[in-house]
Design a binder for this molecule. Sequence first.
Ligand SMILES: [Zn+2]
Length: 568
Amino acid sequence: MGSRVGVGGCRAAGLGMGAGGGAEGAAAAAVAAGEGYDGRGGDLREVFENLKVKLKEISALQGVQSLLTWDQQVYMPVNGVTARGEQQAVIARVVHAHQTGEELGAYLQTLMAEFEKLRELGFSQLEIASVREAARDYNRTRKKPVELAARAAKLEATGVNTWQKARKEKDFSLFAPVLQEWIDIIKQEAAAVEPISDVYDFCLDKFERGASTKRLDPFFASIKTPLISLVRQIHKTRQGPNRQFLQSKDLFSGTFSLETQKRLARRFSEELGFEFNSGRFDESVHPMTINIMSPSDVRITSRFSETELSSGILATLHETGHGLYEQGRNAQACKEGLPVSRPPGMGMHESQSLLWEKQVGMSAEYWEHYWPIILRSFSSLPHSEFTEFHKVINEIKPSFIRVSADEVSYPLHILLRYEIEKGLLHGSLQVADVPAVWNQKMEEYLGIVPQNDAEGCLQDIHWGIGLFGYFPTYTLGAVYAAMLFQAAEKEIPELRKCIKEGKFKPLREWLREKIHTVGSLYETADELVEKVTGSKLDASCFLNYLSNKYGALYNLSSAEVDAVAIGS
Ligand SMILES: [Zn+2]
């Protein structure tokens, strides 16, 4: 399956987590009951083989979409944008026609009618999960009214422009009509596709299967107070890291050669295990990971700054984490276009990037190994202990901007967006009140108030393109990452020692076996996490990780650390 993931302001594009868009569709016809099946397993096998042919075509077309997107971000000349837009629109219509095709529907209808019997008829777990996933995709895409899909496609194009203009002018009122129209469209879509579901649950479930406010309200409640308290305790210590050594003339005279940074980033990526025979590493304005239909062609990008060393490295580690997931997917299932090969949600994909970036790449052990290499590469860099650099990249400092937030305050940025989205879709919050509520929550959670809408409620692209329900996957990813790393530590002897020695194979292979190749075999990420770690989504492991790490870095007392860890 072609798929694309990205960092920070990333958005899903073709990962197949939910209903497809596109303007060409057909009347609603759900896949549920079967007709015309004679009850013999042999025929069902043939139906399944036919289904695979259809799914493979869709997957191949999505690979073409991904390739067009990758080229646009990496190589395409600026003036190619109009022609590329036309190409993308045509391909999107072709993909949509395939996704909603009568034959595909008929195959799925037949298989779903006998779904409970597939096991005894000799279908493997992988095949059964593929039928389940394909039927869900088909229903979601096909039930979306054609005129609504067209309206959404149009608004996506104009919404981004309006959002950019409003952000430039720092004026939310310019963007408000777009936001209102998205809310109307989403409500209508939810009513058509999942009429019994709550509208915000419908949005959440698109990106994280099984997610709902019933599930996420207590989850966010469990992290809110401990994180606000940890941010405040750290702030009280007034112990920012000593940036002096990085603020020497070397940093700002541009001695962090871009070529050297790129060479190092490629090395770091390769040493984590990214395979360059099955992948590429390039530059783009927005770092991203794209899979061109197969684990054998995975492309990651990063970006570098001459005046700032850590952001390029960390973005590379982040995208490498996404890339390792893509390269580790079930190759045979990918080859056949079976949706079971994809992740069970965006939270799980993000967990892989965050695990490598935060749990590994921002650990003291990692820098104990790599700091001497950095020093050798930038001879003008003042000689210092890796601990200084480690402190700088782990600095906790409330920021207005989500994408540059540290890992303690980041979930509070997400909580704020979660509460606003929920209020807007439930009708308890009016669009016009968004800036005031945003600012009030920023003050309550992080103790800072944005000066204008550009550094407040207009900072993210998500609402401009109708992405509601996506934000929580960032924090689910962070929590899954902490849970998985803890489980790995229990199962891999001397994991931290391995990291200190630059040996990542044990962890990579463990993740490959437990997560990457498993894909969507289980219906939700929650189920998968429980299989691997023994517990369902649970923030306590994440809170422990943060309080221990930052308690040590900021010399917090054990009473302060315990208060965060137990969530008081
Ligand atoms: Zn990411």
